[in-house]
Design a protein around this ligand. Structure first.
Ligand code: SAM
Length: 227
């Protein structure tokens, strides 16, 4: 009973993974993966008591004690060395928060081979963090569910040097290459919103020149990407 969004996130978890799901809320994702026999073990991390209790209940109700370990902890502090976690999911938060959790959890990331990230906003910031820490983007997906557009970024530690352009960091190197229908919709919506803001600002008695210029160049950059 996973949402379309969480099912797509789950599809990137390798068979037999030792998973950490940080900010797991109800532990729906690790529970579904464990019930499907896809993972060896999962750590479900939560920093808030309410969601932590939701996880404990979900694990008990599904008879998954021992297979999914709930931990009340901030970010990757939920991951202990003896867990030997190789796959990390962080989904349903802002890109800045995800980057911050990764930044503060670098020690726990040492043996991790795959990050599966689903930022709600701030994707460019997150991609910049990945690049700065030598994680290469292996897959990117956009999906629409209930009127929202969600982005999924799959990254792995890279042995070879690589560099994304600012353009690729903004739009996603693989999404840009593909330019699928949801990509087009996402950025058309963006243009529409920003154009409305621009019109409002321009209607002012003394429109702030710097802000107008900034909006105009942001809009034309996106138009260029869509072309
Ligand atoms: N991952 C689930 C999903 O994608 O459906 C739940 C997303 S929910 C919107 C975000 C969850 O992250 C909340 O339950 C919140 O308590 C938790 N969270 C926020 N900051 C966190 C942190 N630093 N460490 C662990 N959990 C955190």
């Amino acid at each position: 009973h996973l949402s379309k969004r969480l099912a797509l996130v789950a599809s990137f978890v390798p068979q037999g993974a030792r998973l950490a799901d940080i900010g797991s809320d109800h532990a729906y994702l690790p529970a579904a993966l464990a019930l499907a026999g896809k993972i060896k073990l999962a750590v479900a991390g939560e920093v808030v008591a309410g969601p932590y209790q939701n996880m404990v209940n979900e694990i008990q109700q599904n008879g998954l004690d021992g297979q999914i370990i709930p931990r009340l902890a901030d970010g990757l502090a939920a991951v202990h060395p003896e867990d030997h976690v190789d796959t990390v999911v962080i989904a349903g938060m802002g890109g800045t928060l995800i980057a911050d959790i990764l930044e503060r959890g670098q020690e726990q990331l040492a043996g991790v081979q795959r990050l599966i990230l689903q930022p709600n906003v701030g994707e460019a910031r997150l991609r910049a963090w990945l690049q700065a820490h030598r994680y290469q983007i292996m897959a990117e997906r956009l999906l629409e569910e209930d009127g929202h557009i969600y982005e999924i970024i799959v990254a792995e530690p890279s042995l070879v040097p690589f560099r994304y352009s600012d353009y690729e960091l903004e739009f996603g190197p693989l999404l840009l290459e593909e330019k699928g229908p949801v990509f087009t919709q996402k950025w058309r919506d963006y243009i529409q919103r920003q154009t409305a803001v621009l019109r409002q600002i321009e209607a002012a008695k003394q429109p702030p020149v710097a802000k107008v210029k900034q909006l105009q160049s942001a809009i034309s950059l996106v138009k260029e990407a869509l072309a």
